[in-house]
Ligand binder design. Structure first.
Ligand code: HEC
Length: 144
């Protein structure tokens, strides 16, 4: 029984490797493209995701870029304006906030804004302070 399974797996592997050789470079490239992980954005808490969220959780010391953190942790609200979040690129919506200065914006991002959808670090539990600030910088730079 066990052998039968092994043989059929072997047969499959052989058949696959033979047919793989018949593929042109172009076809192979297309297949590689198709079996690549879907998107680089990982949801918070998804430990099976090989993207940036896990890289940081795994102790990467380099730190993620502001854009990277924004895409992972802030975009859900700040790209749509969900719950009244100022949208990335909305110059008018950000103007009143930007005049408060970076320190105030950083504090809002790190501690959250009580009574609003803006949670501490936007709910990103594995974002470092520096990564969160970088995400603020990214949004501010893209909204003025
Ligand atoms: C669940 C939705 C949500 C997520 C996720 C979220 N935000 Fe927010 N954010 C808000 C809302 C809502 C406001 C507006 C709060 C208010 O002033 O009424 C806000 C406001 C802000 C402000 C302006 C603060 C101020 O003092 O005017 C900054 C900066 C900010 N968010 C940064 C971030 C960063 C950085 C992330 C990701 C790490 C993030 N947010 C993720 C909902 C969210």
């Amino acid at each position: 029984m066990k052998n039968r399974i092994i043989f059929s797996l072997l047969g499959f592997a052989l058949a696959f490797s033979v047919s793989a050789q018949d593929l042109s470079d172009k076809q192979r490239a297309e297949i590689e493209q198709r079996i690549k992980p879907v998107g680089e954005v990982c949801l918070e808490g998804d430990n099976n995701c090989s993207g940036p969220a896990v890289a940081a959780a795994g102790g990467a010391s380099a730190g993620r870029s502001g854009e990277n953190v924004y895409n992972t942790a802030c975009m859900a609200c700040h790209s749509t304006g969900a719950a009244g979040a100022p949208k990335l690129g909305d110059v008018a919506g950000w103007a009143d906030r930007i005049v408060k200065g970076n320190d105030v914006l950083y504090a809002s991002a790190l501690d959250g804004i009580a009574g609003t959808g803006m949670m501490a670090k936007g709910g990103c539990m594995n974002c470092s302070d520096d990564e969160t600030k970088a995400a603020v910088d990214y949004m501010v730079a893209g909204s003025q």
